[in-house]
Design a protein around this ligand. Sequence first.
Ligand SMILES: [Zn+2]
Length: 307
Amino acid sequence: MVAIHRRLVCKWLMAAGGASALTTLATKTIAEVELGQGVLQTVSDGHLVLPESFVIGDLPADEAREIVETAGLATDGGYRAPCNLALWRTSDATVLFDAGSGSGFMPSAGELLANLDAVGVAPGDVTHVIFTHGHPDHFWGVLDDFDEPLFANARHVMSDTEVAYWSDPATLDALGEARQSFAVGAARRIELLGDRLERVADDASILPGVQLVPLPGHTAGHVGAQVTNGDASALVVGDAIGNGHLALARPEWPSPADHDPERAIATRTALLDRLAASGETVVGFHLPDGGLGSIARDGDGYLFETA
Ligand SMILES: [Zn+2]
């Protein structure tokens, strides 16, 4: 059995120039689970606000909108996608899955450093950064404002397939106009990281207790990771379950967020089936309420349940 704790971290800031005014700076729910001798938790990078074309696209609009709105993620300006980075800590390692958006993607994202600080982790403490894929919200935070690796002491790991995909000029040509900046941004960071970015097989063992799991379709070389310690285990799924609404309620629907929708459907449906059967702990980057919980069947679809 694993115990999942949730705690609210509130940061208060004395407003500049005001003698007594207090302003709420950030309020974050952090989910954590003890796995054997280690702790797996999620750290927020804020959220994305996505246009309808990224979430619903050509899906049956009325039914899709109702599912998304029922999940409470519709906003005036678009659809909210929470961003939860998995952080795995043992006595030997501090492993971050993905690097967040950094400062250059969306004003509502890029909060990772403040929230890592809130759990006592400085960038120099991170020993491994394992990328699930090369999208901006997962990869662009890898460099600081001077284009230097932010996690200066960490091994940086991405699947060889994913590096090759974003390094290929044909990827830029194949993507629609709305996503061309994704390809430019990923290729630039891959080039700047150079030899600092280790290219590994999509099922590689990265360190004891952390093994990549191929989950392709969202992007060509998208991976998850199985985290184990003793008898305890959890699966970090990245964007293979891309949201807490349509991906669960209609996993067989193509998602406009997936680069290869048919392959992503095959990956997602098999993954959800496995997770619902096993009941194992799962971390989803864009799943709600901290993104750490488990998957259960719900009619023809699934539910994400936080403990
Ligand atoms: Zn994402």
